[in-house]
Design a binder for this molecule. Structure first.
Ligand code: ATP
Length: 306
């Protein structure tokens, strides 16, 4: 899929404030997004997601590095028309209806109003199109924001925190909408989020940004697989831990040992424990959630920094 890159970022950096002590918000980030992919840019608050997205959209200029969209260098220029975006939840006139807001936006972008009905339908707002936006829920506003991002029929849709402020039902609707952009409408989607659950369920690939640096990039399945572990109930646990070190890193959690190892290593681990005269009661694979994987990855990065 990435043979046909839509977005290519190379060694992208941004420092706010030129003098010494400036904030290094993004450092040396490189990534590629292929046509038709839904790419999740995951990070905690302040990790550098919005700064990266603002650079992609030409709203701020990078301090170093380059950005290519559809093969075209846009590092210091505006993105082409093929890009649509939702940043800060979209800005709408509260006293105008949803439909009228889209109409105004279409006019300011010199676009026809012909697609508006179809877009309202696509984001599930047909029934509320003639209501004033001030009466919309956060979820409805976010969906109107997605419709606004799609006005120019873009090939790449960039969404900054699309699930921000949504309740569980709103997040579910947004997930379905984002997936349908890729699967039914053939769009490439780049979205940022601090919600692991959201990216886990929606994205094909995930890049994790931590304090400005891209620390990991993989498919959801790959991220989970790399974090495969075994849960062993045995006694005494300290003896078991000592028997496995340093080959298999493990931690004691309650009455069990959490061992970072694939299932394929189970027979060897069992033999090692028996040889060390440890009594083993159960040994089972433990699939970490993406949340646990994310915490493990970011805490490893933290140890590396220190
Ligand atoms: N205009 C600015 N001037 C100075 N520092 C900034 C500016 N914008 C962001 N920063 C800093 O850059 C770092 C990255 O911020 P950024 O907004 O990109 O993170 P984020 O991952 O989008 O987080 P959030 O979800 O909280 O917006 C933070 O330390 C932030 O305080």
């Amino acid at each position: 899929m990435r043979d046909n890159p839509v977005l290519e970022i190379a060694a992208l950096s941004k420092t706010y404030g030129r003098r010494a002590g400036g904030v290094r918000a993004v450092q040396d980030v490189s990534l590629t997004v292929g046509a038709g992919e839904v790419y999740g840019f995951l990070g905690a608050n302040g990790a550098g997601k919005s700064t990266t997205i603002r650079m992609l959209l030409g709203l701020i200029s990078p301090s170093a590095g380059s950005i290519r969209l559809f093969g075209q260098d846009v590092t210091h220029g505006q993105p082409p028309r093929k890009v649509g975006s939702l940043v800060d939840g979209g800005a709408f006139y509260p006293f105008l209806t949803g439909r009228r807001n889209l109409d105004v936006l279409a006019r300011t972008q010199s676009l026809g109003a012909g697609r508006i009905d179809a877009l309202l339908d696509q984001v599930g707002l047909t029934g509320s199109a003639n209501r004033k936006v001030k009466g919309y829920s956060t979820g409805m506003r976010q969906r109107l924001g997605v419709a606004a991002a799609l006005l120019n029929d873009p090939d790449l849709v960039i969404l900054d925190e699309p699930a921000n402020g949504l309740d569980a039902a709103g997040i579910q609707e947004m997930r379905t909408l984002i997936r349908s952009l890729a699967t039914e409408h053939g769009k490439t989607v780049f979205l940022s989020s601090h919600l692991l659950n959201e990216v886990q369920q929606v994205c094909d690939r995930i890049g994790i940004i931590d304090r400005g640096t891209l620390i990991r990039e993989d498919s959801v399945a790959g991220l989970l697989q790399a974090e495969e572990s075994l849960r062993i109930v045995a006694t005494p646990l300290d003896k078991a831990q000592a028997a496995l070190a340093p080959d298999w890193p493990c931690t004691i959690a309650g009455n069990a040992l959490q061992v970072r190892a694939p299932s394929a290593a189970a027979p060897e681990i069992l033999r090692r424990l028996v040889a060390a005269q440890v009594d083993v009661f159960t040994l089972a694979p433990h699939q970490r959630s993406l949340e646990e994987a994310f915490l493990a990855i970011t805490s490893q990065a933290e140890t590396g920094h220190a």
